[in-house]
Design a protein around this ligand. Structure first.
Ligand code: AP5
Length: 230
């Protein structure tokens, strides 16, 4: 199963991915997180990505697609060893039509396909307040909000105890640029997936747990026979 989470910056893709992965038996393919990990390690790719990310610009398609292909190869190995792994949850990928087509090709070569695309719909005016209050674990991954999803102890990750920090691209300038890029380049992809009957929309302006349940319902296949009378 291959499920794509879509939505603008601050819509809750990362927050929901953390909750959905164990529920759905999927592994994460979160390109932003992959770039941030590479930057922490100081690899040439990570350093190049970091300077683009900090300015709120996209990493070039060829680099991003190459990284996702590597993750799909690793997923293939994992699935051959662990039948509980059912596929991947994409967070932050694809963001351009070239990336969407490359994902189709990459899955097609593996006799697989995108099964569901879920748009987490949040009014534009909410996004900036969510990003301004976002705090992330310094070890990466875990996402909090000072008001909407605070940690038990201020400034400390509930899960691993690491300090919570602000992301380098949550500055007002970078946020403005990232949102502009989303509405110009990524939002048109919704029509691409809608046209193929894959797009489902959930209300992302609801409590975090309710959004999770709505996504689970949206991606689960309707059991055969459901809806039949008699
Ligand atoms: P990436 O890491 O993917 O970031 P993003 O797309 O900018 O998305 P965000 O992480 O900002 O938002 P989110 O939807 O995950 O929200 P979150 O769950 O944190 O990408 C970073 C950069 O990497 C890009 O700018 C680009 O440079 C590069 N990159 C990545 N992928 C790329 C690609 N495919 N191609 C090219 N370049 C790429 O939630 C936000 C806040 O809201 C949190 O504080 C959270 O606690 C809170 N919140 C969440 N849900 C709720 C709720 N229901 N109610 C109240 N608060 C909530």
């Amino acid at each position: 199963m291959h499920v794509i989470l879509m939505g603008p910056q601050g819509s809750g893709k990362g927050t929901q991915a953390e909750r959905l992965l164990p529920r759905l038996g999927l592994v994460s393919i979160a390109t932003g997180e992959l770039f941030r990990n590479a930057a922490r390690l100081g690899t040439p790719l990570g350093l190049r990505a970091k300077s683009l990310m900090d300015r709120g610009e996209l990493v070039p398609d060829d680099v991003t697609i190459g990284l996702v292909e590597e993750k799909l190869d690793a997923l293939g190995v994992l699935r051959s060893r662990d039948p509980a792994v059912l596929g991947a949850l994409y967070d932050g990928f694809p963001r351009t039509e070239a990336q969407a087509r490359a994902l189709d090709d990459a899955l097609g070569r593996r006799s697989e396909r995108v099964d569901s695309v879920v748009l987490i719909d949040v009014p534009r005016e909410r996004l900036v307040e969510r990003l301004a209050g976002r705090r992330v674990c310094a070890n990466g991954g875990h996402v909090y909000h000072t008001v909407f999803n605070p940690p038990k102890v201020e400034g400390v990750c509930d899960i691993c105890g690491a300090p919570l920090v602000q992301r380098a691209d949550d500055t007002p300038d970078a946020v403005r640029r990232r949102l502009e890029t989303y509405f110009r380049t990524t939002e048109p992809l919704l029509a691409f997936y809608r046209g193929r009957g894959l797009l489902k929309t959930v209300d992302g302006d609801a409590p975090i747990d309710e959004v999770t349940e709505a996504i689970v319902r949206a991606v689960q296949p309707v059991p055969s026979g459901a809806g039949r009378v008699g």
